[in-house]
Write a protein that binds this ligand. Structure first.
Ligand SMILES: Nc1ncnc2c1ncn2[C@@H]1O[C@H](COP(=O)(O)OP(=O)(O)O)[C@@H](O)[C@H]1O
Ligand SMILES: O=P(O)(O)OC[C@H]1O[C@](O)(COP(=O)(O)O)[C@@H](O)[C@@H]1O
Length: 386
């Protein structure tokens, strides 16, 4: 449509074995043609490879400049969008006529402003298989407990949506909602109640949930590796062990707990139909934006409308579950789990609310999507035309 005749991909698997951002200055690229990418949506993972870790923005822009690249499309999560923003700033500082645009891809759904990131829907759908297995296993044995760990380092979206979709989950633990184990209103009391009521239960835990409790516990057990480094525990394994220990010591109930960790299996599957359509939409509109002369944006849906969002809006916060929002309230109502709020939290929350009201700011942490949508639709003057 636009007569583009050369598309390069930064490739992890050629000689220098550097993928992701560092691949830019490692001279390894592959030519992408309609034929070579025709079937990639039917495979999981990425044909270009992926990486974590630091990189040198100056060297990346040197490489873009040396190669004469005039449009750069960067695919990834919130960290990747921050990296893209840094590249955009450097390109702008040098006055280069190069478009830098981001495509939001992460199963965690932790990118702000947009309705959802590419991959999230697939992850929620695939998580159903693990939750279903946990349900079947727990239902098949007396006092069965199925524990499923899902990804979500800082944001509990996969866990929350997978729980809501399944309706077999009795308790969902996410990073945004602190919980406690012992005493009235705690997790152990709730488990006992659920087992007495229905004889089995399913717990979903996001990998970033309860990290404060896990690290406290590790310190008290003083587990160390051979070099003396503290060993970090997996929250799923940790919570499973704590539940087993509690019921062995303090209860006459014999529990049967099965722990399922499907995290990488979920991330590795091919995207589902809904994500494939979303990906097509993202890909086409990110290019239309560049061809229309915009740069410094992430492409995404906001309130169902395709938008170009300036990087500074995408990188200023992280998308997290708001536990005072309706969606979390729906989850609490569906699972009947405790809120794990104690009197102290409620008093603190009220105090924060009062301070908020005084400052006249509606939602500082998590900007309202509607107000941002208005800003985005009229954004062109915030982006730089090349
Ligand atoms: N603030 C930042 N500035 C520049 N680059 C960043 C920043 N945060 C993350 N990155 C880079 O983005 C890449 C991906 O980030 P990472 O957090 O691992 O994954 P994700 O994109 O899924 O959040 C890494 O190469 C990382 O160095
Ligand atoms: O072990 P790895 O490969 O670093 O991946 C684990 C992390 O990746 C994430 O799933 C995010 O992955 P994506 O952003 O690639 O979808 C986090 O939830 C998790 O902590």
């Amino acid at each position: 449509m636009y007569g583009v005749n050369k598309v390069l991909g930064i490739d992890l698997f050629s000689s220098e074995s550097e993928g992701g951002y560092r691949g830019f200055y490692a001279r390894n690229t592959i030519t992408l043609t309609p034929k070579s990418v025709n079937d990639i949506h039917k495979r999981g993972g990425t044909i270009l490879g992926t990486s974590r870790g630091g990189h040198d923005t100056t060297k990346i822009v040197d490489s873009i400049q040396d190669r004469g690249i005039n449009q750069v499309y960067i695919i990834g999560g919130d960290g990747t969008q921050k990296g893209a923003s840094a590249i955009y700033e450097e390109v702008r500082r040098r006055g280069l006529k190069v478009v830098v645009a981001g495509i939001p891809k992460t199963i965690d759904n932790d990118i702000p402003v947009i309705d959802k990131s590419f991959g999230f829907d697939t992850a929620v759908e695939e998580a159903q298989r693990a939750i279903n297995a946990a349900h079947v296993e727990s239902e098949s044995i007396e006092n069965g407990i199925g524990v499923v760990k899902l990804m979500g380092r800082n944001s509990g979206y996969i866990a929350m949506y997978a729980t809501l979709a399944s309706r077999d989950v009795d308790c969902c633990l996410i990073p945004e909602s602190p919980f406690y184990l012992e005493g009235p209103g705690g997790l152990f009391q709730y488990i006992e109640k659920k087992l007495k009521e229905q004889g089995h239960m399913v717990i979903v835990v996001a990998e970033g949930a309860g990290q404060d409790l896990v690290s406290e516990s590790i310190q008290s057990m003083q587990k160390q590796d051979a070099s003396g480094n503290k060993l970090l525990q997996d929250v799923g394994l940790w919570i499973s062990q704590r539940i087993k220990d509690h019921f062995a010591k303090h209860s006459t109930m014999n529990i049967n707990l099965k722990y399922i960790d499907p995290t990488y299996m979920i991330r590795a599957i091919p995207s589902n139909a809904s994500d494939n359509v979303y990906c097509t939409l993202l890909a086409q509109s990110v290019i239309h934006g560049a061809m229309a002369g915009y740069t410094g944006y992430t492409s995404g849906l906001v309130n169902g409308r395709q938008t170009y969002i300036p990087f500074y809006r995408i990188t200023e916060t992280q998308h997290k579950v708001v536990i005072t929002d309706r969606m979390w309230a729906r989850l609490l109502s569906s699972t009947t789990q405790p809120t794990f709020w104690c009197a102290k939290d409620v008093i603190e929350d009220k105090r924060e609310e009062e301070l908020f009201d005084q400052s006249g700011d509606d939602d500082e942490q998590c900007p309202d999507a509607n107000s941002i949508a208005n800003e985005i639709i009229h954004i062109p003057n915030n982006s730089v035309k090349v």
